[in-house]
Design a protein around this ligand. Structure first.
Ligand code: KIV
Ligand code: NA
Length: 266
């Protein structure tokens, strides 16, 4: 297939075609995810838990993200690669964020992702103006797990909803092309997308009204141990192979069947 570009993703969004995203942290899985037709690969800092065995994403370093982005870029042929800016690599200043983003882009990312609300808008604008496409990330932001008091659903009360809507608007106005919405009621995610029709919202535990969906690869293949959140569907149980599971994820998201509002949403 032809390489997935930002232009192509925007076209899909404009035409109402759902955007698919999965994580990958190495060349073998990047190649497989790409060949199964997933639009975007996220080199997520969730690798801190899935690959490195940490209990949060907080310990992950920029050098480690660069290493995994390089691995993914070597395996990938055509998917759009999003690289996560890890904790501590963009909070200090927009100049620090630029240096960290350059490192990820030179390792093979096409876009960088950073967590946080309106306080990151200045950085998003700074990066966007300098030729770096940015994916924002609001709702549950795992790098702030210790400040949030655990992996909890965001936007539960009126004040929380207003905060999310304000942040989404500020980030969109700052130039974020894409925005991960993590762990919030479906109605809130739907409202954020309606408020900002131009931004490509990518949901995880945020219902079915977003422009696209993302899952952690290990979770949807059910190789992650322990209790999984209810927004995860075990695609491996339904097919005989990893390839089939990933292909099924793509077709279910494209058809609007995953996530199912009655099972995987809040
Ligand atoms: O690191 C990650 O995998 C992520 C997704 C859960 C959105 O940020
Ligand atoms: Na992440």
């Amino acid at each position: 297939r032809k390489p997935v570009t930002l232009h192509r993703l925007r076209e899909m969004h404009a035409q109402g075609e759902k955007i698919t995203m999965l994580t990958a942290y190495d060349a073998t899985f990047a190649r497989l995810v790409d060949e199964c037709g997933v639009d975007c690969i996220l080199v997520g800092d969730s690798l801190g838990m899935l690959v490195q065995g940490h209990s949060s994403t907080v310990p992950v370093s920029l050098d480690e993200m660069v290493y995994h982005t390089r691995c993914v870029a070597r395996g990938n042929r055509s998917a759009w690669v999003v690289g996560d800016l890890p904790f501590g690599s963009y909070q200090e200043s927009r100049e620090q964020a630029l240096r960290s983003s350059v490192a990820l882009m030179q390792a093979g990312a096409h876009m960088v992702k950073l967590e946080g609300g309106g306080w990151t808008a200045d950085t998003v604008h700074f990066l966007t103006e300098r030729g770096i496409p940015v994916c924002a990330h609001i709702g549950l932001t795992p790098q702030s797990v210790h400040a949030l008091g655990g992996y909890r659903i965001q936007g539960r009360d009126e004040a929380g909803v207003e905060t999310l809507r304000r942040h989404a608007k500020e980030l969109t106005q700052a130039g974020a092309a894409m925005m991960v919405l993590e762990l919030m009621p479906s109605a809130v995610a739907a409202q954020v997308q309606a408020d900002n029709p131009g931004v490509m919202t990518i949901g995880i535990g945020a219902g079915n009204a977003t422009a696209g969906q993302v899952l952690v690869l290990h979770d949807m293949l059910h190789v992650t141990r322990g209790k999984l959140p209810r927004f995860v569907r075990n695609f491996m149980a339904e097919g005989g192979s990893v390839e089939d599971a990933i292909g099924r994820y793509v077709s279910e998201v494209k058809a609007g069947h995953f996530p199912d509002e009655s099972i995987h949403a809040y």
